[in-house]
Design a protein around this ligand. Structure first.
Ligand SMILES: [Zn+2]
Length: 152
């Protein structure tokens, strides 16, 4: 059947391709495909769709900004020196010192490990899409205008 078909554009025979030309699906020869859009390329479409799929908002973890204070108060409650405390956390004394004085922040896996050891929350979850922030800023009754916030 196919070999007897002729190009619907120019009437020559050859390998015909299903092509949309000005909104009409036609079987045309290779040289006539340039006038329209070839249908049989679904892979390109699939790829484009995947690229443009919006990312699902995910929550990310962050080391608590007051981790230095948390470590210091925990350590002081236990009457431990930085060296002793570093020992139970399997960390360097210098690192504990830097964290307590806000000069350093441990990475998330380290902070998580310490959470278990001292039983305090050291890693907090934040939303990447910033929704939490929006809600706080639009909250009514705070009495703060944007102008007030600028002054601070
Ligand atoms: Zn043709």
């Amino acid at each position: 059947m196919l070999e007897h078909m002729l190009c619907e554009m120019c009437g020559s025979d050859g390998t015909l391709t299903r092509t949309i030309i000005e909104g009409v699906t036609m079987s045309v020869c290779q040289s006539c495909t340039q006038y329209g859009k070839i249908i049989n390329t679904p892979r390109v479409e699939t790829l484009k769709k995947r690229i443009h799929t919006p990312k699902i908002p995910e929550s990310t973890e962050k080391v608590a900004s007051d981790i230095g204070t948390i470590l210091k108060t925990t350590r002081e409650k236990r009457n431990m020196t930085q060296k002793e405390f570093a020992g139970i956390l399997a960390a360097k004394e210098s690192l504990i010192h830097k964290i307590e004085t806000d000069q350093a922040t441990p990475d998330i896996p380290t902070a998580k490990k310490w959470e278990k050891i001292i039983g305090k929350k050291l890693v907090i979850e934040t939303e990447t899409n910033g929704e939490i922030f929006m809600k706080d800023n639009t909250k009514k009754g705070t009495g703060l205008t944007i102008g007030d916030m600028m002054k601070n």
